[in-house]
Design a binder for this molecule. Structure first.
Ligand code: AMP
Length: 114
């Protein structure tokens, strides 16, 4: 299997602005930001998408969510708020087959999402 673009970022094969990393997850700024703050947090183990996560991924995904909140706070979004988004599949607009959580903030969000 060829590496996903996010595996290449984790391996430092392509550049990214990494804002947080530990043994399980990596967070970096989205190259095409949709909000003043737009960071992706991904598991280092390449789960394709949330709907294909397995029971064995529970620890990783739980960790990823807790770290998403920590990264959002680190980026100054704790008081104003932020949105966490997982896109699964075509209708949601998923474009990279490596599970990722969007952390979006720094502006007022619309609801429902488009
Ligand atoms: P999704 O549409 O949910 O699959 O989101 C994929 C996201 O990855 C998009 O917001 C892209 O802008 C972002 N993206 C793609 N390539 C890169 C890259 N090399 N560095 C940072 N973000 C990327």
């Amino acid at each position: 299997m060829s590496k996903t673009i996010f595996e290449k970022i984790i391996a430092r094969e392509i550049p990214a602005q990494i804002v947080y990393e530990d043994e399980l997850v990596c967070a970096f700024r989205d190259v095409n930001p949709q909000a003043p703050t737009h960071v992706l947090i991904v598991p280092k183990q390449p789960i394709p998408r949330i709907g294909e996560a397995q029971p064995a991924d529970e620890k990783t995904i739980g960790h990823l969510l807790l770290k998403a909140a920590e990264v959002a706070a680190q980026l100054g979004l704790q008081q104003t708020g932020y949105r966490l988004v997982f896109n699964h599949g075509r209708d949601a607009g998923e474009s990279v087959p490596h599970l990722h959580c969007h952390i979006l903030g720094g502006r007022k969000m619309a609801w429902p999402p488009g």
